[in-house]
Design a protein. Sequence first.
Length: 489
Amino acid sequence: MPAPATAAPEADPAPGRVDLAVVGAGPAGLGAAVAAAGLGLRVALLDAGERPGGQFYRHPAPGLGAARPEALHHGWGEFARREGALRAHIAAGRITYLPLHHVWTIVPGAGAGAGTAEWTLHAVAGPEERAATVRAAAVLIATGAYERQLPFPGWTLPGVVGAGGAQAMLKGGLVLPGRRVVVAGSGPLLLAVAGSLAGAGATVPAVVEAAAYTAYAGQVPALLRNPGKIVEGAVYGGALARHHVRLLTRHAVTEAHGTDRVEAVTVARLDRTWRPVPGTSRRIPCDALAVGHGLVPQLELATGLGCATRRSPDGTVALDLDAGQRTTVPGIWSAGETGGIGGAQLALTEGEIAAHAIAARPTPPALLRRRARLRAFADAMAAAHRPGAGWTGWLRDDAVVCRCEEVPAARIREAAGELGARDARTVKLLTRAGMGWCQGRMCGPAVAALAGEATLAAGGCGGEPSADRRPLSCPVPLRHLAELPPVDR
């Protein structure tokens, strides 16, 4: 297995106009940038992180002296090969790598996307938050995803963290969220998190999975096309067995208990709609809870440009892409989780396909077959772990839904039931839910479900896609806005 790099690739000064600007250096963006440079394009790779790899291939801080960080990652060899290629392209001047660049908007020029003009990417750069711009003939958005949280009483207690957050603490900080950690929610990430925590020395009394694995029974063709995924699941299952971790399917954490921090959780069996079954509750002592219900594509940059969206099998909103990973806005491509949650292997593959399309080169058939196979498996997983509409049954009126603005479920239900709100935006205007620092990333799915936005389809996430459109995808110093040149109208 290739050894991990000991230092981050060196950053370059901002380039002039490039052929392709890639936003995000996770698996999708890294795969796209390396492939595009290999096809002769001049590429700028912008990333909010300090080192390439994104959330999946997260690096420990150099000062921690991690001897084998690759031991905490699945498929590290794939990443190490791409990172080595990135270094070679940087040295040859084919890729300009810009870490700590958080792109907050993409502005089209006259004729952008038609091959006659360019796109301008504005970013907040470095710890000093200086303004940076990159101009490109084409843009690939590979901004990844963030965790989906379904609130419950006590989820704001210290010691309650996201499942992905617990993984990030271990990969990036080499620390555990607690010594006795319950892992809960829904989705295949739970098995990986539980195995990593147990392997690092934590006691994991249970993995609490809201879905039932029998839901995969109708997805046999997709499973058989991906034997490697079946083996991967067996490896995770074996790790849980070795560490004596209980797997409770069709169960959920319905409440967390504690004073200064979480001390125990209540777990209940769920019916087929995810509604708690009366009389099935039990209490499990713990000092930490890692909980998450899958991932949500991060679309602000794309939807701000007007890119069309679609509903994914897991109920989340993703970008509508064609066979070449093009969005509905000419000149804008996307790859990875923005087009639907699918994992690192699929993201790498989609990035390479997009690079061929942008370079106007034929896409190798092997890449197309791999994408079809991996996407079929991803859709099967998404459908199996899609939240059921009955999950709101564990949400008491006094439970906080919007953590930033401290809005309880009762106020959201009042807005929907008595004040006529029928979507998350109207609820926000009436209750402030979603107006805080995270801008609805944490509470958005819950607010939409409580508002009745999704009651038309099974899973509590039906109806037409309705992604937010924002002019700014992250906080921006006012001086950056003041320094922008005037726009001719």
